[in-house]
Design a protein. Sequence first.
Length: 320
Amino acid sequence: MLAALREGFALSKPALSAFSISKKFADVQAVSKVDLSLAQGKCFALLGRNGAGKTTICEMLVGVIAPDCGEIEILGQPFHATVPNKRDLLENIGVLSQETRLYQKFTVGETLSLFASFYAASLDVATVLELMALTAKRNKRLEQLSGGERQRAYLGAALVGDPDLLFLDEPTTGLDPLSRKNVWEIIEDLKQRGRSIFLTTHHMEEAARLADEIAIIERGEIVAQGGPRQLIQRYCEEDVISVQLDQPLPASDLESLQHSFPPARELAAQSYELKTSETFKAIKYLIALCDRLGIIIQSMEFRKSTLEDVFFQLTGKKLP
Ligand SMILES: Nc1ncnc2c1ncn2[C@@H]1O[C@H](COP(=O)(O)OP(=O)(O)O)[C@@H](O)[C@H]1O
Ligand SMILES: [Mg+2]
């Protein structure tokens, strides 16, 4: 089926594209004119806080809800509720929705067999169990699994149809760090097998680790988009210096510090954060300033900017 669907498509066609899709719920503009494109074999992460519009976008992309306007293409083919080849296109898609609640009395094996039956061509259940490290849990009911195992079972259900394009809506939210890492490894493995992955997350490290392309979403709008390094270079080229003093800086000195190295940010009463591309000049300045004022520097460190700094710069908010 996949081969048939792919015939006639150049491999350079994006796995998924959206053109100016929007969605309003009553008086909430959940998504506004979002454009996005996922290249085949790559991972695209939609990064944003709760309520930013990630699930709404995901649901529009997989055809669960219709956009108010805009267009969606899968493998270069228009995709909406009434396209005649919808069945073929769906064969090509796997979805892990954010609120997945499968039948808890089914065993892992029964769940995967059921999902396999939805597809004309599917993977062998044993293969998926192995990929998900669930072979030993095949006969356990979903209700008997740990949170991490259950999420891997749901992920297995999303990919037992051997889809080319996977939608994963917050696949690791609520998981402990080890289970989260397990899921990341599975996603990396899928990428290596050439699958295209559309991922939503509010987890910075997840986006930085897995995504080739990240779109930062805030209040339904994409505020920045690019590769993880590209985003840092574009928005936060500077180093971040954090300094903890034994007392607050006097207002006039804080003002001149901010003037010399904008934007200096007061984190707590006597700890400050500076962003600068002149790191050593700023360190010398701070040492001289504190010497002159008789203020003791309790700690000082500097680091390269991260995606978290980009997110804060663009939205003025921190991710959880
Ligand atoms: N079915 C709905 N009816 C009304 N408002 C909704 C509905 N679904 C989502 N919203 C609103 O749309 C906005 C985006 O929600 P959502 O897409 O779930 O965000 P996220 O997945 O990023 O947390 C939120 O303000 C949410 O309350
Ligand atoms: Mg959501």
